[in-house]
Unconditional design. Structure first.
Length: 262
């Protein structure tokens, strides 16, 4: 059962680890962590870049309450094959945390801001073409960033996979945002996202409700369905394919041309 932001919700995003595509290379990097949590130290991240010198548009990725997904390399490599630098942030290792499904984790937006700022400083990144993607609990962070974007490294596109939209009711998106949620998702209900999107200014929210899909519909590890932490998780190949198509279209539309920096 998803609870409001004062209590973390149970969610998962981990699965089948796939090889990184030949067109991209993953390497571990360090992301300087800003205030207000200096005690956390530097954040670790996994960086995947397209071939070539760039500068490329770039995407920061924020994981779920279970931490980095095992298939992160495959997803990042897909983004790199589309021409995007991808930075998957590890929020947990520097803090000695293994999961945040049963505790509050307010550090998410600051972590996302640190990742975007790191990307903006790289010579192979076009800082005028930044985006972020969040998954489940990370999707909640994505909506928070879209409602209160950081200065200096402001994203120009945000995507939230199956976010708990009820947590953000009453907030106004200031960055164009794509929300992808399954019609049959009992963890982060689609109806909450319908209400949230309907309350946004025109053009601020693009909602895609995927028929028949549940939570973590894009994770092949849950083919056939499985119960995890009281949730029913099931991979849906058709929904996953459609979500990838919608994501690519959205990112290309928003990041095809440089935009003014904040």
């Amino acid at each position: 059962m998803i609870r409001p932001r004062r209590r973390a919700f149970a969610a998962a995003l981990f699965g089948l680890a796939l090889a990184v595509a030949a067109s991209a290379a993953e390497r571990r990097v360090v992301v300087a962590y800003p205030a207000p949590a200096p005690a956390a130290g530097p954040l670790n991240g996994y960086l995947t870049t397209p071939k070539g010198a760039g500068p490329f548009p770039a995407v920061a990725l924020i994981h779920s309450c279970l931490g980095l997904p095992e298939n992160r390399a495959a997803f990042a490599a897909m983004l790199a094959s589309w021409g995007y630098v991808a930075l998957y942030v590890d929020e947990f290792a520097p803090r000695g945390v293994t999961e945040t499904c049963s505790v509050d984790f307010p550090e998410g937006p600051a972590d996302a801001a640190a990742a975007l700022a790191y990307l903006a400083r790289q010579p192979y990144v076009d800082a005028r073409r930044l985006a972020m993607i969040g998954f489940s609990q990370g999707g909640d962070v994505a909506l928070a960033v879209a409602a209160a974007p950081p200065r200096g490294a402001r994203p120009h596109a945000v995507a939230a996979f199956y976010p708990p939209c009820a947590n953000r009711q009453g907030e106004t998106l200031k960055v164009p945002t794509l929300i992808l949620v399954g019609e049959a998702d009992a963890v982060t209900p689609a109806e909450d996202c319908r209400r949230f999107a309907a309350a946004q200014p025109q053009g601020a929210a693009k909602l895609e409700v995927l028929a028949g899909a549940g939570h973590l519909f894009d994770n092949p590890a849950y083919a056939g369905g499985r119960a995890v932490l009281g949730m029913h998780l099931a991979y849906d190949s058709a929904a996953a394919t459609r979500a990838e198509e919608e994501l690519r279209r959205f990112l290309d539309e928003r990041l095809s041309q440089p935009r003014a920096r904040d």
